[in-house]
Design a protein around this ligand. Structure first.
Ligand SMILES: *Cc1c(COP(=O)(O)O)cnc(C)c1O
Length: 378
């Protein structure tokens, strides 16, 4: 028998309590009963996003909310500075192009963080840039970009907003939307919010609303203004993902009960335990200088294909993790610190990597990574 465990950076494991909440009989969304759910969820989201501004929710995957951020704030022809340090950074550029915008790409080597000075220079050179787009946590490489510093750079510029994809950050990492001047923060259900896939969020600052009033890119389903009007009445423009929103209410209640500082401290200690556990095995981290606390990308040992590690973990130990994409394919495997997880899941994950490396013929001292992780988590 194999017990299946999911430690991939999205979708992540969902708690049985949340799953049962979502299994209740469906209710109609145009009812007082569901309006109360929306009201509660909007309050909870503001706490997690650390904002007094609006948080809009969509029945879509995370990319839908990313698309909403571009089409609601930009016009065709607008220049958008896209920080490309991985697969998701590239997505900003692709969305911008698809809607007739003009991406200005700032390429960062995969695994590295952007230097805020490079953004400052790009904006000084071309003040007409309408938005800067970045990832708080670049899931494809395991790197964290310095969004606080970017907020300090962009907030000084009246005509430019900062759009942050925080799909693997907001909910597990300390993202101070208002304090840091993050104009749009995008979140998603199946990662940091430990729900199944299907809902996504975008917070919108006053400055971003001003952009929205002028923005001419076509939009319909993802029109923020229409959603804002509806959310003010605790309802949504279109049929919402009722069951997922009921699950979200449960997750937000759990976050409130635990306390956000404790939530952040927990993912940070999980990340540290796994990073140090991997290093104790002699493995190299793909984003070792600036790692995200929601996901760790580990380089396969010399001569080994990371995809073989991923396959073996699944086949022999029932553990789902992610491999690398595009430029990192075959080179890395990625472990999540998000979801319905506890410290012993991190130990299990490290132990399974040790056993897999041994199975595949790599010299590894069994227990060395586990010991290091235990010392951090104890
Ligand atoms: C997963 C992810 C996305 C895309 O989200 P989907 O839900 O797959 O559309 C975007 N950005 C980051 C950083 C992600 O991790």
């Amino acid at each position: 028998m194999i017990k299946n465990r999911i430690y991939s950076p999205g979708p992540v494991d969902v708690s049985p309590v949340t799953a049962l909440e979502m299994a209740r009989p469906i209710i109609h969304h145009r009812t007082k009963q569901f309006e109360a759910v929306i009201a509660e969820v909007l309050e909870g989201l503001k706490t997690v996003f650390q904002t007094k501004g609006d948080v809009i929710l969509f029945a879509s995957s995370g990319t839908g909310a990313m698309e909403s951020a571009i089409v609601n704030t930009c016009s065709p022809g607008d220049k958008v500075l896209c920080i490309r340090g991985g697969k998701f950074g590239e997505r900003w550029s692709n969305i911008t192009k698809a809607y007739g915008g003009a991406p200005v790409n700032l390429d960062v080597p995969w695994g590295k963080a952007v230097d805020p000075r490079a953004v400052e220079e790009a904006l000084a050179k071309d003040p007409s840039i309408r938005a800067v787009c970045v990832q708080a946590s670049e899931t494809s490489t395991g790197a964290a970009h310095p969004v606080k510093d970017l907020g300090a750079v962009v907030r000084r510029r009246e005509k430019t907003i900062l759009i942050v994809d925080a799909i693997t950050a907001v909910g597990v990492m300390d993202i101070r939307t208002d304090e840091w001047g993050l104009d749009v923060v995008v979140g998603g259900s199946q990662k940091a919010f430990r729900l199944p896939p299907g809902i996504a969020f975008a917070s919108v600052s006053e400055k971003a609303w001003k952009h929205a009033a002028e923005a001419k890119m076509p939009r319909f389903y993802f029109d923020w203004a229409r959603e804002k009007k509806n959310l003010a009445k605790n309802t949504t423009a279109w049929t919402p993902a009722v069951s997922l929103i009921i699950g979200l209410r449960q997750v937000l209640a759990e976050m409130r009960a635990e306390g956000m500082d404790a939530v952040f401290a927990r993912s940070s200690s999980y990340a540290r335990a796994v990073r140090e556990g991997m290093r104790a095995l002699g493995l190299v981290l793909f984003a070792g200088d600036n790692p995200s606390d929601s996901i760790t990308a580990v380089c396969a040992p010399e001569g080994m294909n990371a995809d073989d590690i991923v396959k073996h973990l699944a086949k022999k130990y029932g553990i789902t993790v992610a491999g690398g994409q595009d430029a990192a394919k075959g080179r890395i495997f990625r472990l999540s610190h998000m979801g319905y997880l506890d410290a012993l899941d991190m130990i299990t994950c490290v132990a399974a990597v040790e056993m897999t490396l041994r199975d595949l013929g790599h010299k590894v001292q069994l227990g060395a990574g586990v010991k290091k992780a235990q010392e951090i988590l104890v």
